[in-house]
Design a protein. Structure first.
Length: 254
């Protein structure tokens, strides 16, 4: 929220214009009284503005949550569809291998290959799902902390603004110079705004944790895929040794 916007609510000139007074006829005590009156008039408006800001942030939080959930559902659906297609191709491959196997030894070798591939797939999928779950849990935890910190920063901002207004009221009641009160109020509100902005900057740094989570997920998935590749390659080599290259070359699409 702009400090200029805040202070415009308390400007003595604005009150004078509304009351029809002129600079030549207004006395310093009258201006002080008008300034205090302006504070009483503007305080609910200011606090309502802060409340609206809090409501906008809450609505944005709900939008982000909904988008995140939709994104996850889309990713899960795409992964499920991909897994289904791969499973269909794999079953067709296993059928072709079984058809080519003639002897008991070849049939046993095919069964061993199929079991090895299925085991490797199960391990790979479990590792990938674990990496995805860990990433999402980490993101959810980081978002929760971020939202709590934002809520705390807003609460502090509201408290600081309230304190600044009450301080100005007290000064006016004590007969302080109107311009001095106005200047001090502007200083206090600027300080509250700066504190809030600094808090937001610290909160925004939390995006680095999400990048770290993403890197961890990426590496875990890469490791799972590489392990799967090696295990399938070993199973293919064992099949080649048992049934010969002609039959085993069919596994190239696994």
């Amino acid at each position: 929220m702009s400090a200029v916007l805040l202070m415009s609510m308390f400007a003595p000139g604005a009150v004078i214009a509304q009351t029809g007074s002129t600079a030549g006829t207004s006395t310093r005590p009258a201006r002080a009284a008008l300034f205090c009156q302006r504070i009483d008039q503007a305080s609910p408006i200011l606090l309502n503005t802060l409340q609206q800001r809090e409501q906008r942030l809450s609505a944005r939080k709900e939008t982000i949550t909904e988008r995140l959930q939709n994104h996850r559902e889309e990713r899960d659906e795409a992964r499920d569809e991909r897994t289904t297609r791969q499973g269909e191709r794999r079953e067709a491959l296993f059928d072709r291998l079984s058809e080519k196997a003639q002897t008991d030894e070849e049939k046993a070798a095919v069964r061993t290959f199929v079991e090895a591939v299925e085991t490797a797939i199960t391990k790979r999928n479990a590792a990938i799902q674990s990496a995805v779950d860990a990433f999402r849990a980490g993101v959810d935890a980081a978002l929760k902390v971020r939202r709590e910190k934002i809520a705390s920063a807003i609460t502090t901002l509201k408290a600081d603004v309230n304190a600044a207004i009450e301080k100005a009221r007290t000064s006016c009641r004590n007969g302080a110079n109107s311009e001095t009160v106005r200047t001090q109020l502007q200083t206090d509100i600027n300080a509250a705004r700066t504190k809030f902005q600094n808090a937001r900057k610290e909160i925004d740094k939390m995006t680095e944790s999400r990048r770290a989570l993403a890197e961890t997920r990426k590496k875990a998935i890469q490791d799972a895929v590489e392990t799967f590749r090696r295990e399938v390659e070993a199973a293919r080599d064992a099949l080649k040794a048992a049934v010969g290259d002609d039959t085993a070359t069919t596994t190239s699409s696994t």
